[in-house]
Design a protein around this ligand. Structure first.
Ligand code: GRF
Length: 220
């Protein structure tokens, strides 16, 4: 565990919040040194709010429907995040695009996760897109949010093979399992002060020994 201070984390959700749960669990296991300051949902029905309440994390609902512009909604997000002294924002199934208002308030301090190997299959339905394309591999990506859709500098990716018997549900489940491993790890790399964004690229200090073996699917 690093000696750096806990990262003050704010998590934005719209849905089930299983990635939020992975963060909560990683903190509980001592694998992630984070202070979960607030969980903000744009939908009162977001299941992840229950998870936050169970973990005694402050929650807020800020509905995008209450604002006429994306910028006004983002200003409300910024105010809430700043009032909880958030330093790093993690979007976890947050189904809104962020405007420059949020990006300027948290420069290179907003993370997101996408259920595909960026830059493949951006936007919604990434799992369905990968299946429809007939790809042999897909996966998930944690990246720094920029103005584009799922195209910010990549921190970490996990590769998931697509099996002949896969349907959207089975493939999504295996991708989700990897998301739950890589998202807390990416936050940990940030907390340890090991990430540096240089243009499109993220430099990682003390890069762990990387496997140089290619994955092949189907196996020869
Ligand atoms: C994940 O598949 C993530 O990649 C995408 O939205 C989903 C959120 O799932 N951005 P959950 O709400 O964390 O369970």
């Amino acid at each position: 565990m690093s000696t750096a201070a806990p990262v003050k984390l704010g998590v934005l959700i719209s849905g089930e919040g299983t990635n939020l749960q992975a963060m909560i669990d990683a903190v509980a296991r001592g694998e992630l040194c984070a202070d979960l300051r607030v969980v903000i949902a744009n939908r009162a029905e977001a299941g992840g709010l229950r998870r936050a309440e169970r973990a005694r994390i402050p929650c807020e609902v800020i509905s995008h429907r209450d604002f006429t512009t994306r910028e006004d909604f983002d200003r409300a997000l910024v105010r809430a995040l700043q009032s909880h002294e958030v330093e790093l924002v993690a979007c976890a199934g947050f189904m809104r695009l962020l405007s420059p208002v949020m990006l300027r308030a948290f420069p290179n301090r907003i993370l997101n996760i996408h259920p595909a190997l960026c830059p493949a299959f951006p936007g919604v339905d990434a799992v369905r897109q990968a299946l429809a394309y007939g790809a042999r591999f897909t996966g998930c990506t944690v990246f720094f949010v920029t103005e584009g859709v799922d195209d910010g500098p990549v921190i970490i990716q996990a590769v998931v093979p697509i099996l002949p018997e896969d349907d959207e549900a089975s493939l999504a489940a295996r991708i989700h399992a990897e998301e739950h491993r890589i998202y807390p790890y990416a936050i940990r790399l940030y907390q340890e002060g090991r990430l540096e964004v240089r243009g499109r690229k993220v430099l990682i200090r003390d890069y762990p020994p990387a496997a140089s073996v290619a994955l092949i699917n189907p196996r020869p």
